[in-house]
Design a protein around this ligand. Structure first.
Ligand code: ARG
Length: 287
């Protein structure tokens, strides 16, 4: 299903100009320290509550991500972590922010539901036009902006009704995609945005119809291997030139370098125990 709002527009797949150099865009992101991080419930196949987590290791690893963003010149905002919300470190799920508007996340599982209003209130305090959500959606976990288009996933967490809602809120074209592999339960675990026209993705994470859409819209996309996806290599954050990514995703890293991106690797093994990586810890704030 393709939802096009407000009017139907024809989009040709943007072709990368092979002579143009990749350029960095200024980025503002919101992050949340993993002060209360642990795995105490199981809402995705990565989580094993019976296995211990190491909060101080999580904190050190998270700090390397924060430091990397600062080194790259990003404006990094912080939201206070709340006791009893161990997944709040995965800030990407805290909403979707574009054009100065913050669209609220409405989580599927009760364990995370208080995060939606907490993030929305914080975004309102930062000056964003806060819009409450009616439909279930998990923010930038399932909504990714590529150029002018919002790629939106359903299948595990966000409901497809939220795709219509986000199209109405932002007045943008929204492309609906269906995720089918429970290990890649959020769009940002299966698809990465490198710049305004380039994505990387794991084809097997999507149903046939969604795969056909991706092939048609992004013929130059980077196709990730199962191995790189299995270490959440696609769960990366790019400013258009610099790509911050899991150090374990070796093949993807080489491929990105061959395409002219500068890769910066981090080890977030502890946060992987909750089923999240670089992108999960990062909510982009777009004014
Ligand atoms: N434990 C969290 C959950 O299952 C991980 C969220 C990862 N976030 C993401 N943007 N993929 O909800």
């Amino acid at each position: 299903m393709t939802i096009t709002t407000p009017a139907t527009t024809t989009h040709n797949s943007p072709q990368r100009d092979s002579l143009s150099a990749n350029t960095a865009q200024a980025k503002t992101v919101l992050m949340c320290r993993p002060d209360h991080f642990t795995v105490s419930y199981r809402i995705n196949p990565w989580m094993f509550p019976e296995n211990p987590t190491d909060q101080s290791l999580a904190a050190r690893q998270w700090q390397t991500l924060y430091d990397t963003y600062i080194r790259l010149g990003f404006d990094v905002q912080l939201i206070d972590p709340l006791l009893g919300l161990p997944d709040m470190v995965y800030a990407a799920n805290g909403g979707f922010v574009l054009d100065g508007i913050a669209y609220e996340a409405k989580f599927r599982y009760p364990e995370r539901q208080p995060e939606g209003p907490a993030y929305l209130a914080h975004l309102a305090r930062l000056g964003f036009d806060a819009r409450e959500a009616v439909e279930n959606n998990e923010g930038e976990g399932d909504f990714l902006l590529v150029g002018d288009v919002i790629l939106a996933a359903h299948g595990f967490r966000s409901e497809s009704d939220s795709h219509r809602e986000i199209a109405e809120v932002f007045g943008r074209e929204v492309i609906s995609l269906k995720l089918i592999n429970p290990s890649f339960y959020h769009l940002d675990t299966a698809l990465a945005v490198l710049d305004d026209q380039t994505i990387a993705y794991l084809p097997s994470a999507f149903d046939d119809a969604s795969r056909a859409i991706l092939e048609q819209r992004y013929p130059d996309a980077i196709i990730a291997s199962e191995e790189d996806a299995a270490v959440l290599g696609l769960n990366l954050f790019s400013d258009g030139l610099n790509v911050v990514m899991a150090e374990q995703a070796h093949t993807l890293r080489v491929e990105l370098q061959a395409r002219g991106y500068e890769t910066h690797t981090v080890d977030l093994s502890e946060l992987l125990l909750g089923g999240g990586g670089v992108k999960c810890c990062t909510l982009e704030l777009r004014t």
